[in-house]
Structures are given as structure tokens and as C-alpha cells.
Ligand binder design. Structure first.
Ligand code: SF4
Length: 353
């Protein structure tokens, strides 16, 4: 262990300040904090809760129902693998595939576009979900589709942006552990203004053990002072201005809209939809998708898990009928989901922090 990490451990071990509820807003943080064993060296006064940071988890059931509806219309659904097993009211995309629906698992929007180019006789819809990190790749695929006049490619959008979520969740946490990769795109301005204008404290954190420990040390040193604070503890990647090119690309193709987050509800201007002049790439318009009901599986408490008000172990289905092999809700399906992390890393044993 490096001297820096040893020092971080010492500082955390010596913490004798007030209790702190720290909310991760990033599924990768949730998993890395477990995987690296960081929970076990945090002070008992630190309560780490998972927020709405997993893109698959926050995508509402109605979106899955739209995708299943499309799969039943002889449209090829190109999607990241996690979404295939998330249940909607009418079953999952895996169920649709079992009934003959065409589901193509891809690793990037560009793969979906390439599939469309290679199969001009098929209509291909890419399921565009995720935060500021992944949205530029969807926009890039659209840009290429427009340049190459690809006529059989469109997006079903459920892209989300973080500012609204931070504000909606501000009451749930004392300090946010902000997602480093989101702010590599957006920069730090939002976090700074949340601290200054709304009194919301937070630290941008990286993903390595030393970076996460540094972020928790920053929290341990600043929170007891009693003033809202913001620190960028991931400066090797996150800059003040972020990535203006990625932001411009998003703004060229998409515009803000109100968006539904699983368990949280509709948050104003927290989503992105295609601009009006890009209608031909909008699967909802192209195929006239009807309004969906958005039924969540009975007994699943993903909504509360995503708000940090219930830990995965507080769900009566956890580990009994719901597991990564047989997931009932989105938070157990996704590799970034809190329920999956608790199950995988034994959070049900060491659950008090
Ligand atoms: S354990 Fe399963 S059923 Fe319970 S909240 Fe998590 S995903 Fe939903």
C-alpha cells in the first residue's frame, strides 16, 4: 500500500466527527467501493447509500414496454446487454426474443449503426439510455447515419442528465460522491453552483482505490466544518470546462425534456430527446409507439433503493426470489445496480455502512 493510501486510512480511522450520509450517484462507484473493500475501512459514522447512478436501473418500466412493443413489430432492437433482462409490464426483451423478436446485443451505438448499414432491409432501433457519458456516442452514431444517408436507423431515447437528479435527491444525502466520468463531460460548474447557491455538498471522485480514498478523506475533513463544500478530487480527468466538443455534439442533436426516473418520478428537464428537425431518427415518431403503462414487478423496491431510502437488503425479495441469476427488478439485473453489488460483494453481511 502506498504511503498516500496509508495516510488516508489513518485519517479515516481517526475520524470522530458527526455522522455523514454519503450518496454515490454512479453505479461504477457502488461496485468499486464494494470490490475494493473500501466500506470496511470507512469510519462507522459514514453511511454510504446508493443513489440513481445506474443508467439501466433508472430507466422506467414504460421504456422497456416501448422497446418490447417495437420488438413485436418486426423491428430489430439493438441494445446493451443489461437492458435485455429488465422486466417491464409485458415482460422483458429476453421474453420478446423467446417469442421471435429480433434483439441484437451491441457494445456501442456505432455497432448498432453498422448493423443497420449491413442490413438495409431491416429497421434497426438503438436503445439509447444513459447519462452525459454515453449520450455523445449516440449522437455521433446519428451524425454518421445522417452523413451516410442511412434510412433504417433510429433511436428510442431515454437519455438523462444529472443536474436535475442531484437537486431532486439533495434531501437524501449530506454529501454526494459525484460521478467522475459524467463530469469529465460537463465540467465542474454545476457542482460548484450547487454548493454555493443550494448548499449541496459533494466531491467528484475517480474510480481507483487511491482516488476513492482521497474523496472520502476530503469528506472527512470538510463535512465537520459545517459549510457546504465542493472539491474536484479527480483532477487528472475532470477539468473545470469538461469536454466542450462532447457538449456541443449533444446540443446539436438533442434538447432537454422532462424525464421519468424509476422510483423517483418525473424530474423537470432531466432528460434529452431528439430535436424536432431530427424526427426521422426518433423511433417514437417513426413507429407511432403508443403510451405505455409502466408496470413495475410486484414487491420490487428498486424505486426506494434508487432514492437511498431503502438498502437492497431491506427488500424482502433480496437474495430469496431476486438474485443476479433470477432478477426481479432492474437494480439486480444491471452490473451497475445497487442490489447486484450488495449481492455480489456481500453487502448483506456488512450492511451497516
Ligand atoms: S432485491 Fe430485487 S426485487 Fe428487491 S429492490 Fe432489488 S431488484 Fe427489486
Amino acid at each position: 500500500m502506498s504511503r498516500q493510501m496509508e495516510r488516508a486510512r489513518e485519517i479515516l480511522a481517526a475520524y470522530d466527527g458527526p455522522k455523514i450520509r454519503v450518496m454515490e450517484v454512479c453505479g461504477t462507484h457502488t461496485h468499486e467501493i464494494f470490490r475494493l473493500g473500501i466500506r470496511s475501512i470507512l469510519p462507522r459514522a459514514f453511511e454510504v447509500i446508493s443513489g440513481p447512478g445506474c443508467p439501466v436501473c433508472v430507466t422506467p418500466a414504460s421504456y422497456i414496454e416501448e422497446a418490447v412493443w417495437l420488438a413485436n413489430q418486426d423491428v430489430v432492437i439493438a441494445t446493451f446487454g443489461d437492458l435485455v433482462r429488465v422486466p417491464g409490464g409485458g415482460g422483458s426483451l429476453a421474453d420478446a426474443r423467446a417469442k421471435g423478436g429480433k434483439i441484437q446485443v451491441v457494445y456501442a451505438p456505432e455497432d448498432a449503426l453498422q448493423y443497420a448499414i449491413d442490413h438495409p432491409e431491416e429497421e434497426v432501433v438503438f436503445l439509447s439510455v444513459g447519462f452525459e457519458t454515453t449520450t455523445p456516442a449516440s449522437c455521433l452514431a446519428l451524425k454518421k447515419a445522417a452523413e451516410e444517408n442511412v434510412k433504417n436507423f433510429s433511436l428510442l431515447t431515454a437519455n438523462k442528465t444529472m443536474p436535475g437528479a442531484y437537486q431532486a435527491m439533495a434531501h437524501s444525502a449530506d454529501v454526494f460522491l459525484y460521478p467522475g466520468h459524467v463530469h469529465a463531460i460537463t465540467g465542474t460548474g454545476l457542482c460548484e453552483s450547487l454548493a454555493k447557491e443550494k448548499g449541496v455538498s459533494g466531491v467528484i471522485a475517480g474510480f481507483r482505490a487511491d482516488e476513492l480514498l482521497t474523496a472520502f478523506v476530503v469528506i472527512a475533513k470538510n463535512y465537520p466544518l459545517g459549510e457546504p463544500f465542493f472539491v474536484n478530487a479527480y483532477p487528472r480527468v475532470v477539468t473545470t470546462e469538461g469536454s466542450p466538443a462532447a457538449v456541443r455534439l449533444i446540443e446539436e442533436w438533442m434538447e432537454p425534456c422532462d424525464s421519468e426516473w424509476r422510483g423517483i418520478g418525473v424530474i423537470k428537464d432531466s432528460g434529452l430527446r431528439l430535436k424536432k428537425d431530427k424526427d426521422r431518427f426518433d423511433a417514437r415518431i417513426r413507429f407511432g409507439i403508443p403510451q405505455m403503462e409502466g408496470k413495475t414487478p410486484g414487491g420490487c423496491r428498486c424505486g426506494e433503493v434508487l432514492q437511498g431510502s431503502v438498502k437492497p437488503t431491506g427488500c424482502p425479495l433480496f437474495g430469496k426470489v431476486c438474485s443476479p441469476d433470477h432478477p426481479v427488478g432492474a437494480c439486480m439485473v444491471s452490473g451497475e445496480g445497487a442490489c447486484s453489488a450488495y449481492y455480489q460483494y456481500g453487502g448483506y453481511i456488512n450492511d451497516e455502512r
